[in-house]
Ligand binder design. Structure first.
Ligand code: SR1
Ligand code: MG
Length: 390
């Protein structure tokens, strides 16, 4: 790919060259790469008063290595998503100090005073009253602004064209929206799930419903998405004694169905609930779908009077939100299933003393959400499915 792949020792000079750091003698760097795809470095001054994060996309999937090449222009998608969110919800993303498209590197706010939501949940923390509401608002603000309701038609068409992200979308179309339902070398699962994995591959009704969700993902250009909004893409904490929620890592961003973002969050919430249940830990997890949906809907409705095209009337808003709800339920199901029998699993389940009972419940829940999404028309209906799992 002919660009400079940064190592820890390169970061001081790199930050100096890019004008982000002057005193290069006073800089400490450590690599904190954690996700599946990229490298992240933290640079800080010796007294800790200054710090920055540098994130670089590699020309392959980080956890797989060069055997799984991947276009680093996913960093362009990430920078573009941050640019759009910064216009409408700057308090919900890290500050971006600069993007270097030649080296696919972002220089951003250091968020190491915050914690990854998944990490906290795995340690037994509650969500608290703010996190899911902020996520719902985030999805509403970002999606409204980049939809045909928030953006003039010509500008929207330009955004759609600029945001086409074939390789990253193909990952999702494969690892989330097809591979778990067929034989594929990427798939793996706990031997205690052999029967369910086989049953899912043989389940023609399930396959057709996943095909429908996959086609919607491929064709429904509703709004610019985060594209991978799981609990590992959210950081939480407190600053100046106020709760802070930051969504990060939008490299899978593209113009797609809004329900994909909400659904991914819901899936990860529901899996975290299964972890808490398996450990017998009291939790507020069961409240989180409601909190996120109510905040999403309230914010979308609050923005509606500002829409740029008033041919879309109030009755259409109701219809549109119902469609987003139904898509969200379905995509939540696909995200749960792929995280248990597909390529990339969740530590929520894999670190349980016995992952099998919770994984079985989650798989069955995922299937119900996919195949019954049209009839699960409200929170109570989804909760009834969760509680019916026994
Ligand atoms: C090959 S990438 C597998 C998963 O990691 C990313 O975080 C996305 O969730 C993707 O589906
Ligand atoms: Mg990620």
């Amino acid at each position: 790919m002919g660009y400079r792949i940064l190592e820890t020792d390169d970061i001081p000079a790199y930050l100096g060259e890019r004008g982000h750091w002057e005193d290069l003698a006073d800089i400490r760097v450590r690599e904190v790469s954690d996700g599946n795809m990229n490298r992240v470095f933290l640079a800080s001054s010796a007294d800790g008063t200054r710090s920055l994060a540098v994130k670089q996309a590699l020309p392959w999937v980080r956890v797989a290595g060069p055997s799984w090449p991947m276009n680093p222009d996913r960093a362009d998608a990430e920078a573009r998503a941050y640019e759009q969110v910064a216009k409408v919800a700057p308090d919900k993303i890290p500050a971006v100090h600069g993007y270097d498209p030649e080296n696919y590197a972002l220089v951003m706010e250091d968020m190491s005073d915050l914690e990854v939501l998944r990490t906290l949940l795995n340690e037994g923390a509650a969500y608290g009253p703010h996190t899911s509401a902020r996520i719902g608002e985030f999805v509403a603000q970002f999606s409204f602004a980049t939809s045909d309701f928030g953006m003039p038609s010509a500008e929207r068409k330009a955004l759609i064209a600029a945001s086409v992200s074939p390789e990253l979308c193909k990952i999702t179309e494969d690892v989330v929206l097809s591979e778990p339902y067929v034989e594929h070398e990427h798939n793996h699962w706990h031997p205690g799930l052999d029967d369910l994995a086989a049953a899912f591959r043989a389940d023609t009704r399930l396959r057709t419903e996943v095909a429908d969700l996959r086609h919607t993902f491929m064709t429904s250009a509703q709004a610019l998405l985060h594209g991978d909004l799981h609990t590992g893409s959210v950081m939480v904490g407190r600053r100046e004694d106020a709760p802070v929620v930051r969504v990060f890592d939008p490299e899978f961003s593209f113009v797609g169905p809004i329900g994909y973002d909400l659904g991914l969050y819901w899936a990860n919430v529901l899996v975290s609930e299964e972890r808490a249940r398996a450990l017998g830990a009291p939790s507020d997890h069961a409240e989180q779908l409601r909190l996120s949906w109510e905040a999403f809907e309230a914010e979308f409705r609050r923005l509606w009077p500002t829409r740029v095209d008033t041919f879309f009337d109030d009755a259409y808003l109701d219809r549109f939100l119902r469609r987003v709800w139904t898509d969200s339920v379905g995509y939540a199901g696909t995200e749960i299933v792929r995280r248990i029998i597909g390529f990339a699993h969740l530590t929520d389940l894999t670190t349980l003393p016995d992952p099998v009972p919770a994984s079985r419940r989650a798989l069955l829940l995922g299937r119900e959400l996919i195949v019954r999404r049209e009839e699960l028309t409200d929170i109570e209906a989804v909760r009834a499915v969760v509680e019916s799992l026994g």
